[in-house]
Design a binder for this molecule. Structure first.
Ligand SMILES: O=C(O)[C@@H]1C=C(O)[C@@H](O)[C@H](O)C1
Length: 145
């Protein structure tokens, strides 16, 4: 039976492809979704790929994942640096969560260096471009056997 993995995306990630391509690359979120679904299938996962610009929606999806998914990969966007609500949502659920960032947040502006959710997550992958998502799927495979 294939396991479902939620891949959640936060604010402004719907603009990938147009948004600062020098930092985030030229792939659209649709391109990344296709990559995740293809690799996910090879790992025995069904990928439920979603994006919202709204913090509370992401919190609601985190709770939903607890009931219906084996794990979560989340690129929280800027909410990664600010959201106690997402931190608490991750602590509230029993499935593993991997934080993903396309860019290396530690090599950027100071305000991006801190993650509010990494301490609650299983781990974080950042800086490998869109491939960061693929690495997160492999990480989830290794801990959801
Ligand atoms: O690299 C990324 O995917 C993250 C995406 C964003 O939208 C930023 O607010 C984060 O600071 C970095």
């Amino acid at each position: 039976m294939a396991q479902t993995i939620f891949v959640l995306n936060g604010p402004n990630l719907n603009a990938l492809g147009k948004r600062e391509p020098g930092i985030y690359g030229g792939k659209t979120l649709k391109d990344i979704e296709a990559d995740c679904k293809s690799v996910g299938e090879s790992l025995g996962f069904v990928i439920d790929f979603r994006q919202s610009n709204h913090e509370g929606v992401l919190v609601d999806w985190m709770h939903e994942a607890c009931d219906t998914a084996a794990g979560v990969a989340i690129n929280p966007g800027a909410y990664g640096h600010t959201s106690i609500a997402l931190h608490d949502a991750i602590r509230a659920i029993s499935v593993p969560v991997v934080e993903v960032h396309i860019s290396n947040i530690h090599a950027r502006e100071e305000f991006r260096h801190k993650s509010m959710i990494a301490p609650a997550a299983k781990g974080m992958i950042c800086g490998f471009g869109p491939y960061s998502y693929i690495l997160a799927l492999h990480a989830l495979k290794s801990i959801t056997q």
